[in-house]
Design a protein around this ligand. Structure first.
Ligand SMILES: Cc1cc2nc3c(=O)[nH]c(=O)nc-3n(C[C@H](O)[C@H](O)[C@H](O)COP(=O)(O)OP(=O)(O)OC[C@H]3O[C@@H](n4cnc5c(N)ncnc54)[C@H](O)[C@@H]3O)c2cc1C
Length: 647
């Protein structure tokens, strides 16, 4: 990155010495750019080291929300040699600037998955399947996500525990949320310290100020009887609030920033980048089968890397099941049909759950000037110089709300609302629709109304779908995309709940604040729904089935469950059943989806998963068995407890 070369930067600045103001601006610009991008921020690629000595204590596959946490925490043990293998490269400038979040879709930082065409949902897409972006870079999906920091509902974890997953109740997992967190704006209620942590790696910021549109949305919710909440991650999740975000001083705080950047020079943590794991390697042990390495493909070369202790798969809810299946762990019939030898017959790829959402549009007459090029350039300059202004803000909007559509007294929400807001002809929003592959009809109709109007899309998110999908291999070629069957609205109750959520959104039209400001309900006039009366549920059902989107939260495809649960792939210690020395630690292990955005829960899973491994190897004294390179004196001097969390 040329701008981060100190010598070059000062040469450029010195040549403008005659114009000091310009020189200052330039200097700030270059410094700001270096803080945003540059190879110096990230661990260097360790391929050469791996080629020389391919033996590691632990191999972690995937440097995403969970994998980056696991690699950091395991390498806290100085005598453990840890390899993190990531299919993508370093984050780019577009991943680092919050407002540019939509721009990362369909780039090299996105795996660019699409669900299989479905008759009952996603019908406004050209190919009738929903877009499922997934991050392919250090930080994984936390490097391309929308940065909302939401933990879900207490009940989510109580349900995991009630289903036999001991150690995963709310009280069990809360310390791990707090452990990773550095909550930087501590002006919440007095009891905030019960729920938030300070001093962790992950910066979580609390938005302090609302812009005019955010104030309007909050007020409209209030008029409808929804409580204004200060802390969505505190004791009560029900209400409308401004979201907390994984950002730090105007820059995205992905798990790459949070967990890899601070330890990039740790000598016992090696990171292979642009390196794709195509297979888990196994060996026959006395009475069991054991994982003992992975096959990594980089620049067309296959490299065998060996693990002395464990292989940890953190490739995300799509690529984790894909890799397990390719390695012979999955439903026997599917593996045999594809000519893959069966290592373990487990329901890998089943139990897929996601948060679908349906947008309803409001419009407001607006001035194109607001989103004119000079205004955008000014906003960008403000960002580069001060990390402030629109480019530093959450895109689309900081407001989120959680309600229960059938029981207003309930403490458990059934829908969430996100509020996407776009200025007149705000091209990045329209570009995102195009990149998503929506139909010409849908794109043209939304673009047309956006030409001279602000558009507010109020998105109803179904929080606890009963419908379940599945992921299966398309072939035994590791470079072939798997087939994703999302199965949205398969269960009629899901449709009923989302329609109830839409009805709440329609009530905004009658609020005083929406009327005073001039917001008007706008139906995207889709041919498929023209035959229905707009007041009817059939019409709302049609709109839901036509304009289904994913909130990009797939989970559950390597389900955690106790021994005896035939639907589970891993046990509550996240160990793959029937295989030794192999764990899954990422979104795949969620037994059921949480009622909220999934990044924070996955980071929690990373923290807890790493601790389970430490406890297993250090407390149970298995640490000396197979590692001939260990220095035994050093081991004896190590206080085992010092490796565990300090809370
Ligand atoms: C566009 C978008 C917006 C979102 N917005 C939010 C939000 O605002 N708030 C929120 O809470 N959640 C959000 N989410 C969801 C959240 O980010 C994910 O649930 C979470 O990041 C998943 O973490 P993970 O560790 O399971 O997988 P990932 O973070 O996806 O990590 C998997 C990693 O493994 C790598 N990998 C995969 N296969 C291989 C292989 N074979 N070899 C080597 N490496 C491999 C990938 O490249 C990736 O880096 C969003 C997601 C997306 C995509």
């Amino acid at each position: 990155m040329w701008a981060c070369d100190q010598g070059l930067s000062s040469t450029i600045v010195n040549s403008y010495e005659a114009v000091p103001v310009f020189a200052n601006v330039l200097q700030s610009f270059l410094a700001a750019q270096c803080a945003l991008v540059g190879d110096h921020l990230w661990p260097e690629d360790a391929t050469e080291k791996v080629m020389k000595d391919p033996y590691y204590d632990f191999i972690v596959v995937g440097a995403g929300s969970a994998g980056a946490v696991v690699a950091n925490r395991l390498s806290e043990v100085p005598h453990w040699k840890v390899l993190l293998v990531e299919a993508g490269g370093n984050p780019t400038i577009a991943t680092e600037i919050p407002q540019l979040f939509l721009g990362n879709m369909n780039t090299t930082e996105d795996w660019g998955y699409t669900t299989q065409p479905q008759a009952g949902a996603c019908r406004s897409y050209k190919n009738k399947g929903c877009a499922w972006p997934r991050g392919k870079t250090l930080g994984g999906s936390s490097s391309i996500n929308a940065m909302y920091y939401v933990r879900g509902n207490k009940q989510d974890y109580e349900e995991w525990a009630a289903n036999g997953n001991s150690g995963w109740s709310y009280n069990d997992v809360l310390p791990y949320f707090k452990k990773s967190e550095n909550f930087s704006k501590f002006s919440l209620d007095d009891d905030a310290a019960n729920y938030h942590g300070i001093g962790g790696y992950l910066s979580v910021e609390n938005t302090e100020r609302a812009d005019d549109f955010e104030k309007i949305i909050i007020e409209a919710n209030k008029e409808l009887g929804t409580k204004i909440l200060r802390d969505i991650n505190g004791g009560n999740q029900m209400g409308v609030t401004q979201a907390q975000s994984t950002t730090k001083d105007g820059i995205r705080h992905s798990t790459a920033r949070a967990f890899l950047n601070p330890v990039k020079d740790r000598p016992n943590l090696h990171v292979m980048k642009n390196a794709y794991v195509t297979k888990i390697l196994f060996k026959d042990a006395s009475n069991s089968i054991e994982a003992d390495g992975v096959l990594v493909s980089q620049n067309g070369i296959d490299i065998n890397v060996k693990s002395r202790k464990e292989v940890i798969i953190s490739a995300g809810a799509i690529n984790t099941p894909k890799l397990l299946l390719l390695s012979g762990i999955g439903p026997k019939k599917q593996l045999e049909d594809l000519g893959l030898s069966v290592i373990a017959n487990l329901p890998v790829g089943e139990n897929l759950q996601d948060h679908a959402f349906v947008p309803i549009y409001y419009t407001l007459k607006g001035d194109k000037q607001l989103t004119s090029l000079p205004n955008i350039v000014n906003a960008f300059a403000e960002y580069i110089l001060n990390k402030k202004g629109p480019f530093s803000a959450l895109n689309p909007n900081t407001v989120i709300s959680f309600i229960n559509t059938t029981d207003s007294a309930s403490s458990i929400p059934d829908v969430q609302h996100h509020y996407f807001f776009a200025g007149p002809s705000q091209s990045n929003v329209m570009d995102a629709y195009k990149k998503h592959g929506v139909s010409e009809e849908f794109n043209e109709k939304v673009s047309k109304v956006n030409e001279n109007n602000f558009i507010l899309a109020v998105c109803t998110v179904l929080l606890k779908p009963k419908s379940k999908g599945r992921i299966v291999l398309n072939s035994n070629d590791p470079y072939d995309s798997p087939l994703i069957y999302a199965n949205y609205f398969d269960d009629p109750e899901d449709l009923e709940t989302i329609i109830n959520g839409i009805k709440y959104v329609l009530k905004f039209a009658d609020t005083k604040i929406f009327k005073d400001v001039g917001f008007k309900l706008h139906w995207v006039d889709l041919e498929a729904c023209q035959q229905y009366d707009k007041q009817s549920d059939t019409f709302l059902e049609c709109m839901a089935r036509e304009t289904t989107f994913s909130l990009y939260h797939p989970v559950g495809t390597a389900k955690m469950g106790p021994h005896g649960d035939d639907t589970a792939v891993v046990d509550p210690d996240l160990k793959v059943k029937g295989v030794e020395r192999l764990r899954v630690i990422d979104a795949s292990v969620m037994p059921s989806i949480v009622r909220g955005n999934t990044n924070a829960p996955v980071i929690m899973i990373g923290e807890k998963g790493a601790d389970l491994i430490k406890k297993d190897w250090l407390e149970n004294d298995r640490d000396t068995a197979s590692d001939s390179s260990l220095n035994s004196d050093k081991c004896q001097n190590v206080s085992l407890l010092s490796y565990f969390s300090g809370w």
